[in-house]
Write a protein that binds this ligand. Sequence first.
Ligand SMILES: C[S@@+](CC[C@H](N)C(=O)[O-])C[C@H]1O[C@@H](n2cnc3c(N)ncnc32)[C@H](O)[C@@H]1O
Length: 203
Amino acid sequence: MAFTFFFRDINTLENGVKQLLPNVVGKSKIKIWDAGCAMGPEPYSLAIILAEQMGKFAFKNVSITASDIDGSNLFDKIISDGVYSQTELGRIPKELFEKYFTKVNSDEDKYKIVDEIRLKLKFVKHDLLTLKPVDSNFNLIICKNVLLHFNYEERIEVIKMFHNSLDTNGVFATEQTQKIPQEIEHLFERLIPNGQVFKKVNV
Ligand SMILES: C[S@@+](CC[C@H](N)C(=O)[O-])C[C@H]1O[C@@H](n2cnc3c(N)ncnc32)[C@H](O)[C@@H]1O
């Protein structure tokens, strides 16, 4: 199973959302891609942050494509069910946990994410190294703790694919320790000094 947890590296998710919001005011479609989403904690955390920061009305326009190579073939069901154990949900702030999860009656330890959030995610089984994006014109692409699995040349090609899949002014966020390779630095403008959150540069 892939290593992941709810609210992991919350700063990067929050900063990605913060940079996204001014670009999507009034848009009827806000497209987000979480690439390498594992079993769902990251895209669901992202969706919760979006719902909190955008408000109900604007959040209705959000769609999140969550993709993973998923060697286990289990992620689609786990994500579409949206049911997780209490241990997996332990890091979610109490007020958000109470707002966005309901107890599954048949099992004391299991909680289901509310439909308002659950139905925003669509899982797609997808290998990033095919270099074929899952869709185009994304307003935000998150890819955390995935690029480190690729060699340097693969990383360049995958990040170039993300660049091509972003809408004008689209935002790309990755983990703190990941750097944009020098060869493609010109494709992105860094948006914050203390995190890996970038705006697409149109070339
Ligand atoms: C460590 S997990 C990261 C999960 C989540 N992004 C996070 O930061 O918590 C890495 C994920 O990358 C996925 N992955 C590895 N190679 C991939 C590829 N070529 N295409 C798509 N996903 C891949 C793995 O299946 C795994 O779910």
